[in-house]
Each structure stands twice: as structure tokens, then as C-alpha cells.
Design a protein around this ligand. Sequence first.
Ligand code: UD1
Ligand code: MG
Length: 425
Amino acid sequence: MNIKSVILAAGKGTRMKSDTPKVLHKIYGKTLLGYVLDSVKNITDENFVIVGHHAEEVEAFVNLNYNNAKTVLQSPQLGTGHAVSMVCPNLENYDGLVLILCGDTPLITEETLRKFVEYHNSTNSDLTVMSTLFDNPTNYGRIIREADNSLKCIVEEKDATPEQKAVKEVNAGIYCLNWGKIKAAFSQLTSNNAQGEYYLTDIIEWGKKHLLNVNAYILEDNKEIYGINSRLNLAQAARYLTDRVLNNLMFNGVTIVDPASTWISADTQIGKDTIIYPATYIEGKNVIGSKCSIGPCAHLRGDVVVDDNVKIGNFVEVKKSHIKSNTNVGHLSYIGDSELGEQVNIGAGTITANYDPLSKIKSKTILKNSVKIGSNTVLVAPVTVEEGANIGAGSVVTKDIPAWALGLTRSPLKILTDWVKKKIK
Ligand code: UD1
Ligand code: MG
């Protein structure tokens, strides 16, 4: 089906008190806007991001990372209705569905958006707005219904009567429109309200006036439309997202010893019977196999692939690496830009020196099957240790090591007999 999205991201985000545009703030290294774009990517064929404040930065982010999205400039920013009207020239001859979302609600899921569109289609709606219930609905637009429970209009907090303020059903800020039927509204909105803005919410009344089929879809889990306005909201959203991810992992057979201190990104897959120990932080996209043991205090930074039955122990940091099955990285190590074969053992304190700060080049470390690395080794990349080779503890490895050899850099140990006794005499 033909669906396009419009994502509103031109607003100021004053309460973040930041030089970074609000929608480019991150959770697990992924921008808020990135979450929203990902939620629609399997549903829509084209996406428009409305940019305004810090437009160049947001534009650059979208152009670099999302080739299915275009940015459209809104300047000045005269309200949410005005923002959507900016795409009218792009959709002049379009007659399919348009999903409207906000760039600052990262917790919305693809599953919910699919149900929302299904509801829109099955009710033959021309316009569907997503609503949800909050015990404390402050700051949201309120859903006002007729006596027969059908939709009447949306009233913003600042325009609401005390009676309307008591309503707990709110506008989630997500809409599905039959574009051909609703597009005319965007040239007819007025800014006759407390904020002097062109409100997108006024399309509800417009639709009713034009005898269109207008409905509300009630979202059960109100956390999905949790919006980010402040740093406090950002931390809370990360918590909500993490709870969702951890619950899902536990449901699928992963042990999370201490959910309160464990952070795992939504883009991480973990196989069953893997155990995640406390204070572990996993960000970015990762695939972890089954029967692994991760942590306590492990840090996986993204692009990490771990096969089955691997141990990643305390204070181990891993980035952009593939660790094959039955391999151990037990303690206090850094593994970056590396490939570790099967049955490899990494001694405590081993470092892959993958980055040359002068040339700014990152290089790879390759450890083939059954390699054993002694404690406190530095593997200076690019470097390959062939199958079965051993490295003696405390070595600095700057050359490739052939299969089944021992590589060792070590000054000979001196023993000075009675040295201490003489000193303290
Ligand atoms: C809006 C809704 C409110 C709803 C709430 C849900 C309106 C008038 N009100 O209120 O009913 O409950 O969202 O979160 O729509 N934006 C632009 N250009 C503009 C103004 C805003 O792109 O000129 C963007 C913002 O960046 C933001 C989104 O639109 O992503 C919503 O704007 P915001 O000012 O946060 O509206 P709310 O007051 O939260
Ligand atoms: Mg808002």
C-alpha cells in the first residue's frame, strides 16, 4: 500500500538547554529522530522530515543516514498545522495515506503504527488520530468527544476550559490521513488561538465540518508516545525503552541478573540461555549468541557479533568485532576492530591497539582458532596471530605470528639475592 510519512522536527526544544537540536539527542547512540524514522521504515515508501531550528544539522543527519527520507524546511515555525502544510507541494498529486508523527517521541513502535493504519483502513476512516489516557494529562491536547462518544475536536491545554482540562484522554500527536481528502484543510487553518499558531489538531473539526469519517484510535501503552522535552524526559525514555528491551529478552530465555543496572539497546539480539550480569552496558547494533556469559561490568559498543558459548567478563570493552564460539575474554580487556576465532583465550588485561592517533587509521586484529594470549598483552594492529599460536604474558605484538608458534617480547627476569635484606639493614 501507498503510505508516506511526515515527521515534525522543526520546533525549538528550548527546555533541553542544548546546542544540539532536540531530535539529534541520543539514546544508546541513536538519535531520537532515528528511532522515529526506523519505526516507519518498513511501513512507508517515502518520508518527509520537517526541519526548522538547526535545520542544517538535522538535514545533514537525515541525508547521511536515511536515503528513504527527504527534509522540508519550515521557516518561520508557525505551528504544527503550518509544519505539515510545507509538504503540500511535494504531495500535490498524491492520493494515498499520510502518517504524521513527531520527531521527539522515540518509543513509538512499528507494531503500533501497523495496528493504527489497520484500524484506519478497517473503519474506512478519512482521518484517524491516535489518543491515549494519562492520569496526569497536563500539557497534552485533550480529546473532546460528543455525547454519543464520537470525536468532536482536540483542545490544547492553553485553550482548554477547566472542564476540558479534566479530560484524561489526550492527543498522542500521531495521525493517519487520506491525503486526497484532507489536504485542502491545510490552506484553510487559522491561528485564532491562545498560542497564535496554526494547529494541526484543527483538522479534526475541519474533517467533521466536511462530513468526513474522523476517528480516534486509543493506544493502550501510553509510554509509547512519551515525548522528550527535557533531559529528565530523555533519561526517563531511556529507562522505558530499556525496560521494554529487557522484558522482551527475559521473555525469550535470556537471564538478566539485575535489570535495574543493565542497559541493552533495542538493536541488540541475544540468544537463549545467555546470562547478562549486573552493570553491563550494550549499545548500538549487536548479535549475541546462546549460552554466553556477559559481564558483570562489560561494555559492548556496537557492531559486535558474538557466537555461542562465549564469555565476556568483568571490565571488558568490545567494539566492532566478531568473537567466535567457545572463546573467553575474561577480564579487563579491550577488543576493537577484531576477529577472534573459536576456542581462543584472552588473558586478563589484553589490549588490541587498533587506533593510530597520528594517522587516525583504525586497523584490524585477527586471532585465528585456538590462539592463547597471555595476560597484559598489547596486540598492535594490523596484526594476525595464526591458528594455535601462543603469546607470552606481557608481550607487545607488532608482527604477525605463525601457526602454533610462541610469540614473546620480554626482558629477562633478574633475581638479586638478598637485595631487600641489604636495603633494610
Ligand atoms: C502537540 C499537539 C497536542 C498533542 C502533543 C503530543 C498541536 C497543536 N498540539 O502539542 O495536541 O497532545 O503534540 O505530543 O499540534 N513542530 C514543528 N513546527 C512548528 C511547531 C512544532 O515542526 O511550527 C514540531 C515540534 O518540533 C514537535 C512537534 O511538532 O516535534 C510537536 O510540537 P510541540 O510544540 O511539541 O507541540 P505540543 O505543544 O507538544
Ligand atoms: Mg511536544
